[in-house]
Design a protein around this ligand. Structure first.
Ligand code: PAF
Length: 289
């Protein structure tokens, strides 16, 4: 596996691969890789001839007072995970190359970026779409893989790719969970053992809502009540949002159906966690409903 820091070198390797007719799979990450990232890499490996993984803690998607400085970083461990998961190239650009002096161009997806995490974290998705567009221009992948845990991010990136005629297939991959239901996230490393136990209220709430849906409940007001009651029982939990939205457009819905995504953002102590499920698909974990 090659570890590449320079944008120019990354472009050269990608261009040579394309010229040789090789399909490039791309997994963009911010590092501190876990099994969720590894599942994206394995799928990327399966779909392409050259697997490129990037690690870049992107400063422009963090707001003032957010955890940019504290965001967990461990390049040695990440290198081992990427290698084991089949990466050919690990691209680790420097912020000074991604955002050189004079940088002033932004990619902004409008409506889909506004609610949910977009409302709680103004400017976040502008940072995400800008860096992902840059990475796509550098790597020019055939396919790029993202986790469904960041459901809104995936919807925003799909919109950007469609609107800007980008020639990349965006592949969404199922959320990977711990045995007890907690969705894997690099930010789980912030949780104390007690907080980690409290964090299970997210997956418990999703599972309960799916179970209610399965018994015929369609009213979002009643489903939301159930979700909120489960989370509010947890003293360490502070709800940011509980949203029922159309899975593609992210417009609010009043009655749930097979296209509805239930998305949560909850603070456990100082850690903000997100999770979601397509309510009609059931909760795909060991406590299936
Ligand atoms: O999901 C992430 O890790 C980041 O938002 C991404 C897509 C790598 C952009 O910085």
């Amino acid at each position: 596996m090659d570890i590449i820091e320079s944008v120019r070198e990354m472009k050269r390797i990608a261009a040579a691969a394309r010229e040789a007719g090789r399909r490039i799979s791309f997994v963009p990450t911010m590092g501190f890789l876990h099994e969720g990232h590894a599942s994206l890499m394995r799928e990327g490996r399966r779909r392409g001839d050259l697997l490129v993984v990037s690690i870049f803690v992107n400063p422009t998607q963090f707001g003032a007072g957010e955890d940019f400085e504290a965001y967990p970083r461990d390049l040695a461990r990440d290198t081992a995970v990427a290698l084991e998961s089949g990466a050919d190239v690990l691209f680790v650009p420097k912020a000074s190359e991604m955002y050189p002096a004079g940088f002033q161009t932004w990619v902004n997806v409008e409506t889909v970026s506004l609610p949910m995490c977009g409302a709680s974290r103004p400017g976040h998705f502008r940072g995400v779409t800008t860096v992902v567009a840059k990475l796509f221009n550098i790597v020019r992948p055939t396919a790029a893989l993202f986790g469904e845990k960041d459901y809104q991010q995936l919807a925003v990136i799909r919109r950007m790719v469609a609107d800007l005629d980008m020639e990349v297939e965006v592949v969404g991959m199922p959320t990977v969970r711990e045995a007890d239901g907690l969705a894997l996230s690099s930010r789980n490393s912030y949780l104390s053992p007690d907080e980690r136990r409290s964090a299970l209220c997210l997956s418990r709430a999703l599972a309960a809502a799916c179970a209610r849906y399965r018994t015929g409940e369609r009213s979002v007001a009643r489903l939301r009540e159930e979700v909120m009651a489960i989370i509010l029982k947890e003293p360490k939990a502070d709800i940011d949002y509980v949203e029922f939205r159309d899975g593609d457009t992210l417009e609010e819905v009043e009655n749930a159906d097979g296209r509805t995504v239930l998305a949560l953002a909850v603070r456990i102590g100082r850690t903000r966690l997100i999770d979601n499920t397509m309510i009609g698909r059931g909760f795909t974990w060991n406590e299936r409903c």
